[in-house]
Design a protein around this ligand. Structure first.
Ligand code: FES
Length: 159
């Protein structure tokens, strides 16, 4: 992502009445998948803010990532409802599976992160693969989800 791309994002948001650094950071992350230090510098420059302030905002919110994600990125919810219902089996299984798959293929196709809440607490435990959210995930459903990822097809609806 070039300086021009970031400038375009800032100008587009400003044109829509949004001069908010969080929105700019979100847009950069949506387009690139993560935020680099150079982006923070450029955003600070364009919004006429100290770099330290933009950096402070970016590092305060857990939604921002500073490392690239893989083709398939799994978000495991660790919010209260999911945490209570999960008993760690999802995280353990996903960690094991990703380690195995990435070492097999040596290309880091899969990544994961633990997030605070996916917004579907009533249907916990939940996880997301890229932007697709799966709810009431038990071991059987998790195996199906991991199968879908392996088969490169997230379009199948699970009950
Ligand atoms: S706590 Fe997991 S979706 Fe809210």
């Amino acid at each position: 992502m070039s300086q021009t791309d970031i400038k375009n994002i800032v100008e587009k948001l400003k044109a829509n009445g949004v001069g908010d650094v969080i929105k700019v950071l979100q847009s950069v992350q949506v387009q690139l998948g993560y935020i680099k230090y150079e982006h923070i510098k450029e955003i600070a420059n364009l919004l006429k803010m100290p770099e330290s302030k933009v950096f402070g905002i970016a590092t305060y919110y857990s939604q921002f990532r500073f490392k690239p994600i893989a083709k398939y990125h799994i978000k495991i919810c660790n919010g209260t409802s999911c945490h209570v219902n999960d008993k760690y089996y999802l995280l353990e299984e996903i960690e094991r599976w990703i380690k195995l798959k990435n070492s097999d293929k040596k290309n880091n196709q899969y990544s994961y992160e633990i997030v605070d809440c996916l917004g579907v607490c009533a249907f916990s435990p939940a996880l997301a693969v890229n932007d697709k959210i799966f709810t009431k995930v038990d071991m059987i459903k998790l195996k199906k989800i991991l199968n879908m990822i392996e088969n490169d097809n997230l379009e199948i609806e699970l009950l």
